[in-house]
Design a protein. Structure first.
Length: 135
């Protein structure tokens, strides 16, 4: 809690929560002695909530944003076997998802609530190379 220039009390609180879960199945094939391409499908869900509150002698304000997303995705990748336990791998994916968002503003003088929903996709080209050690 702090004081403004005019001596009034002021405080702010910020709370964040986010969770993401993804599960799926991959099919791998051997091509030669060291190359292993794979394809896969999976489903995912995410939830995120951000709350920001300010309290002062003039006004109390609370902003809440939350988003829920559900989707399915496909993956295409390739793995190179260096030895029995060490691999290099890279992959690309395409995800299709639906999302629902709620945004609320609550203050001493006004309240506002906005909801949005939509569909979208995200894609990634194979831009990363992962170093995998198998135990």
């Amino acid at each position: 809690q702090t004081s403004d220039q005019d001596g009034s009390d002021f405080s702010e609180v910020q709370k964040n929560f986010e969770t993401f879960i993804r599960s799926g199945k991959e099919w791998r094939f051997w091509v030669g002695d060291r190359w292993r391409p794979y394809v896969g499908v999976d489903g995912f869900a995410s939830f995120e909530r951000d709350i920001f509150e300010t309290h002062s002698s003039f006004d109390d304000f609370k902003s809440t944003n939350q988003n829920i997303s559900l989707g399915v995705g496909g993956v295409l990748g390739i793995q190179f076997q260096i030895n029995d336990r060490i691999f290099l791998t890279t992959e690309s994916y395409l995800d299709l998802f639906a999302s629902y968002s709620l945004e609320k503003f609550e203050g001493q003088f006004s309240d506002q609530k906005t909801t949005t929903s939509g569909y979208g996709f995200s894609a990634s080209l194979p831009t990363n190379i992962y170093f995998v050690v198998q135990f």
